[in-house]
Design a binder for this molecule. Structure first.
Ligand SMILES: [Fe+2]
Ligand SMILES: [Fe+2]
Length: 223
């Protein structure tokens, strides 16, 4: 079966998302070097930039293999960076670590795990195998980096995260937690790596409750 437009659009969006992750991580790496976070975190951030570029390339290869060469992959330079450090370098670094890693990667791990479980198409499956292997490392990096930032400035960092968690929570909730209308997925679409929308909602809610809330609470950041 040829891929539906819905499948091709999803893989095109994944190319953009992975490339954007590479850019955000490269920016975070620069700030991590400026702030001089511990060496182990610097090394992992270097690795993650490479992982995300590889995920973008593999997703693009999958898009082509599924017949999506006609779809433009639009990358906008201004969307490939988090807002600069107007309030200072440390707050900017806290924002990118918590939003993109503590939130983004903690949601990504169970979502990709469920996606991969359903994916059988030979163009899609190896991409999800690789992504899933890496994302657990990225998630751990996020929480370790937050701990390092808390050690640098416990009160300031905790206050900033407490203040901003509701906003980040809402934006991830809008992205994953609300089901837009649409016809159900075909089995072939799931085999090519698409996840039903009600699974996004289920996994989002469970991950927030059972993973993110306890991790924040342990750090004195009760959401
Ligand atoms: Fe990735
Ligand atoms: Fe990642």
């Amino acid at each position: 079966m040829t891929a539906t437009e819905r499948v091709l659009h999803e893989w095109r969006n994944r190319v953009v998302a992975e490339y954007t992750s590479a850019a955000y991580t490269a920016q975070a790496l620069h700030w991590i070097i400026q702030v001089a976070l511990p060496e182990g975190l610097q090394d992992t951030a270097v690795r993650i930039v490479g992982d995300e570029l590889a995920h973008a390339r593999l997703s693009y290869d999958c898009l082509l293999a599924l017949g999506g060469e006609h779809l433009p992959v639009a990358l906008e330079q201004e969307r490939l960076a988090m807002p600069g450090p107007s309030e200072g370098l440390l707050p900017a670094l806290v924002d990118t670590i918590v939003r993109n890693f503590c939130f983004g990667e903690t949601f990504a791990v169970p979502l990709f795990a469920e996606m991969r479980r359903r994916t059988t198409h030979p163009a899609a499956r190896p991409v999800l195998d690789r992504v899933l292997r890496d994302e657990a490392v990225h998630r751990q990096f996020g929480w370790d980096a937050l701990d390092a930032l808390l050690a640098l400035d416990p009160d300031g960092v905790r206050a900033r995260v407490v203040a901003k968690v509701p906003r980040w929570r809402d934006s991830f909730h809008r992205a994953y937690g609300e089901v837009p209308e649409g016809p159900p997925l075909l089995p072939e679409e799931e085999a090519m790596g698409l996840l039903p929308l009600d699974e996004y909602v289920r996994i989002h809610d469970a991950t927030w409750r059972d993973d993110l809330v306890p991790r924040f609470t342990r750090r004195g950041i009760a959401p």
